[in-house]
Design a protein around this ligand. Structure first.
Ligand code: NAD
Ligand code: TYD
Length: 343
């Protein structure tokens, strides 16, 4: 592994991964390949933009010619695919781009990996492919995939295609299925950066339904180190769950967030729930731990550290929240907030 193509590397987790890998491995070259959708942001890569081991190509993973040109030009031996449409609420409004990027785009990359005989194809997947997880169970990698949102269904389709390329063509693949990531550079449509930036401005926090849905909030740096471990020690054809292994209710996450920012609970508004909202995700992470990986942050530490970053980095999020985001926020929340109930 020497020349790694990081697709979607200008997004939240991808950019954190690029920074992590360049710092850890002096002899690796990283080429980010990214379409720069609304979620792609070159500000996320400022820390590495002058590094001679870093390059950037603007391109779509659905475009096989540009993918092939890039693999040839940089002598790519490994693909780590972060590129995706990644927000459940947007997938409910319009699933089209999710099918294109998360399903067809994954196929384009797999086909390129096969054609060029790459050393490894690694797929970044999500705990959402398992669907709602009843109390008393934590998902293991061999569980059935039962996705329930268009986003989760498109990611599960990607996983199935990755597995098909392993079984049919012997492509050296691995998959990681991460729980909710939080940390620097997350687009403020996702709940923790949305609520942190709203709370900083004393704006309401739109909690869906009763707020008792459960998520495993993990620090993005921990997810990146797990991907690194799987890239170096994972077994071909295997999927690995990545998370802290403990989940909390959204309202508990909100309490930690408000406490960290010293903001009052009256900012909480209970609004109309997300259709098909998965009540609980819960991961069994024994398999990745058996490779020697451990998270460095509990969910509570991850939330506090993340919220602190947003408090200290207004330069990063204020310009995002004043752009395209405004129209999205209006569409998603205006009516909900009008009909909201306070906590
Ligand atoms: P993000 O939305 O912040 O970033 C996605 C990146 O992909 C952006 O830079 C965007 O420009 C790029 N992109 C989108 N479509 C593309 C295309 N067709 N061609 C090339 N680039 C394209 O997403 P994220 O939160 O960083 O998630 C990264 C990956 O991790 C995704 O595959 C997501 O499903 C997965 N994941 C995310 C989480 C989470 O909590 N955010 C948890 C588990 C797994
Ligand atoms: P999100 O960050 O969208 O991640 P995911 O749906 O992929 O888990 O949402 C995390 C949780 O927060 C989820 O249970 C939905 C909830 N949520 C709200 O209550 N209000 C919001 O405005 C958003 C965006 C999410």
């Amino acid at each position: 592994m020497k020349n790694i193509l990081v697709t979607g590397g200008a997004g939240f987790i991808g950019a954190n991964f690029v920074i992590y890998m360049l710092e850890k491995y002096p002899d690796y070259n990283i080429i980010v390949y990214d379409k720069l959708t609304y979620a792609g942001n070159m500000d996320n890569l400022l820390a590495v933009s002058d590094d001679p081991r870093f390059d950037f190509v603007k391109g779509d993973i659905c475009d096989p010619e540009t993918v092939a040109d890039t693999i040839r030009r940089f002598g790519i031996d490994t693909i780590v695919n972060f590129a995706a449409e990644s927000h459940v609420d947007r997938s409910i409004i319009d699933p089209d781009a999710f099918i294109k990027t998360d399903v067809y785009g994954t196929y384009v990359l797999l086909e390129a990996a096969k054609t060029f005989g790459l050393e490894r194809y690694h797929q970044i997947s999500t705990d959402e492919v398992y669907g709602h997880v009843p109390f008393g169970h934590s998902s293991v990698e061999t569980d059935n995939l039962e996705p329930r949102s268009p986003y989760a269904a498109s990611k599960a389709s990607g996983d199935l295609m990755v597995n098909a390329y392993f079984v049919t063509y012997g492509l050296p693949v691995t998959i990681t299925r991460g729980s909710n990531n939080i940390g620097p550079f997350q687009y403020p449509e996702k709940v923790v950066p949305l609520f942190a930036t709203n709370a900083i401005d004393y704006e309401p926090l739109p909690v869906y339904g009763d707020g008792k849905q459960m998520r495993d909030y993990q620090y993005v740096g921990d997810h990146c180190s797990a991907i690194d471990v799987v890239l170096h020690k994972g077994k071909y054809g295997e999927a690995y769950n990545v998370g802290t292994g403990t989940e909390m209710e959204n309202l508990e996450m909100v309490e930690i967030l408000l406490e960290t920012l010293n903001r009052p609970k009256i900012l909480i508004r209970h609004v109309a729930d997300r259709p098909g909202h998965d009540r609980r995700y819960s991961l069994n992470v024994a398999k990745v731990r058996a490779l020697g990986w451990e998270p460095e942050h509990t969910p509570a530490e991850a939330i506090a550290k993340t919220v602190q970053w947003y408090a200290e980095n207004e330069w990063w999020w204020r310009k995002i929240k004043s752009g395209e985001f405004k129209a999205y926020y209006r569409q998603q929340y205006e009516e909900r907030l009008r009909n909201a109930t306070p906590s």
